[in-house]
Design a protein around this ligand. Structure first.
Ligand code: SF4
Ligand code: FES
Length: 257
């Protein structure tokens, strides 16, 4: 089958650190619809470099939808128009010949722009760090069925563990809330016996870190769930709220670290 190509007008956010940013317009011709979105940006960067211009800075790593590094807002949608798809897994066949694409970084107070489309998401790392450790018995490997876990519970925990920490949920939320991310991280441990001993301390610490980093609060807009490339459900936000409430009411270590 003949390779189909499209021409595009790109309006891309260009910003150097703390300098004010602006949208810059680029024309790209003969883009193969088999390319991924990031490959299309690679083509643009090659063109800019050959012309003596400054390539567009964007984050990426695995390009397989598993590492959480890529991310940009395409025509107002974090990770672009395809449901449950990271930017690196988005293909150009989903765009029309002659279409204009406005490409911006994830915007949130807690995600300052580093350069162009790259934002600093280390606030997520600090929240994870605040979550601390889980208790695991050392020694020889336990039998696989030594700790029986109902299949439904295991699946819920695994679904929550699918979060790749990309930050699209924050970018899509009008409050720049990180509650889907934190809800997923809290849930994946709180649902399993191995994560129970420290559940109170973990919930209090991670929520405190989330607030410290300047993320907003959930007001049930569900925009986070709509853009999440891993299909993380807002039921995880409900579980986060329950875990937090339980931690504040129950006895145990209530000191956020
Ligand atoms: S909850 Fe979804 S959108 Fe948010 S960080 Fe995790 S994978 Fe990304
Ligand atoms: S580059 Fe790893 S998820 Fe997109």
């Amino acid at each position: 089958m003949a390779d189909k190509t499209i021409n595009l007008t790109l309006k891309i956010w260009r910003q150097a650190g703390n300098e004010p940013g602006h949208l810059e317009t680029y024309e790209l011709e003969s883009i193969s619809t088999d390319m991924s979105f990031l490959e299309m940006l690679d083509v643009l960067n090659e063109k800019l470099t050959l012309e003596g211009g400054e390539p567009v800075a964007f984050d990426h790593d695995c390009r397989e939808g598993i590492c959480g590094m890529c991310g940009a807002v395409v025509n107002g949608i974090a990770h672009g128009p395809e449901k449950e798809t990271t930017l690196c897994q988005l293909h150009m066949r989903h765009f029309r010949n002659g279409q204009t694409l406005v490409i911006e970084p994830f915007r949130a107070r807690a995600f300052p722009v580093v350069r162009d489309l790259i934002v600093d998401r280390s606030a997520f790392d600090r929240i994870i760090q605040a979550g601390g450790f889980i208790s695991v018995n050392s020694g020889s490997a336990p039998d696989a069925n030594a700790i029986p876990i109902p299949q439904e519970t295991a699946e819920q925990a695994m679904d929550a563990a699918a979060c790749i920490g990309c930050g699209a949920c924050v970018a899509a939320c009008p409050n720049a809330a990180a509650m889907l991310f934190v809800g997923a991280k809290i849930s994946q441990l709180a649902l399993l016996p191995q994560g129970r001993p420290e559940r109170s301390r973990r919930a209090l610490s991670m929520v405190a870190a989330m607030e410290r980093e300047g993320f907003g609060n959930c007001s049930n807009e569900r925009e986070c769930e709509a853009v999440c490339p891993k299909g993380i459900s807002i039921r995880n936000i409900a579980r986060l709220n329950r875990e937090y409430l339980r931690a504040t009411l129950c006895s145990g270590d209530k000191t956020p670290s």
